[in-house]
Design a protein around this ligand. Structure first.
Ligand code: ADP
Ligand code: MG
Length: 230
């Protein structure tokens, strides 16, 4: 089943009088269960594309169909709902809140959805356990390791049980061991049937993916489908 379909997507940033064309006609389809790696030099537009796919930003032109909806024409309210319920985000810089506990960080998306307190606490603990950091529940994210932070961020991304996970350089700040741990978790989520779209500079970790896509100067380079790795 097709979950994402991008047709001639363009994005031009406008700063004052300066127009910067960043995406120059992206055509890309992603199916349910794909684990896609997007690679390319800095500045080629990878994060811009991820932000559009994740409905954090809108294209300047083109059509984006996500889960059978034309989100290029959706209202802000509709986009906010899709971000909350259908997509989990993981970033290189973790983006956790330092002044609340690990547990509260994971509870937050469920709180925003109005889930009762006990229920969301139980689910948050269960998610932390599933990524191996339940023992850090009461810590501040500032007082745990980088690998643990990213596992907490994955637990948070899973809070509302999204079918799509968007990961922008999820291992960019991690050492080799933590990279493998995080990739094993993502791989397991993919085997459960979640669609994952990941930006990475690390060719080693594309072995977890069934598709690797190159990007350069706002365009998709090549689209090679590989055998699904076991
Ligand atoms: P990548 O993730 O591949 O490194 P980005 O999508 O972050 O590339 O950036 C592509 C280009 O767009 C860069 O030249 C960057 O400076 C520019 N850019 C990114 N975000 C913005 C923005 N919000 N406003 C203006 N220019 C931006
Ligand atoms: Mg980037």
């Amino acid at each position: 089943m097709r979950v994402i379909s991008l047709s001639d997507i363009r994005k031009t940033y406008i700063t004052g009088d300066v127009e910067l064309p960043v995406l120059k006609g992206i055509n890309l389809s992603i199916d349910s269960g794909d684990f896609l790696a997007l690679m390319g030099p800095s500045g080629s537009g990878k994060s811009t594309l991820m932000n559009i796919i994740g409905c954090l930003d809108r294209p300047t032109a083109g059509t984006y169909i996500l889960l059978d909806r034309d989100v290029s024409r959706a209202s802000e309210e509709e986009l906010a709902m899709i971000r909350r319920d259908r997509i989990g985000f993981i970033f290189q810089a973790f983006n956790l809140i330092g002044r609340i506990s690990v547990l509260k960080n994971v509870e937050l998306p469920m709180m925003l959805k109005g889930m009762p307190r006990d229920e969301r606490r139980d689910r948050a603990l269960e998610l932390l356990k599933s990524v191996g950091v339940a023992h850090r529940a009461d810590f501040s994210p500032l007082n745990i390791s980088g690998g643990e932070r990213q596992r907490v961020a994955i637990a948070r991304a899973l809070a509302n049980n999204p079918e799509i996970i968007i990961a922008d350089e999820p291992t960019g700040n991690l050492d080799l061991k933590s990279t493998e741990e995080v990739m094993d978790i993502l791989s397991g989520l993919n085997r459960e049937g979640r669609t994952i779209i990941m930006v990475t500079h690390n060719p080693e970790i594309t072995k977890y993916c069934n598709r690797v896509i190159g990007m350069r100067d706002g365009r998709i380079l090549d689209q090679s489908s590989m055998e699904e790795s076991s």
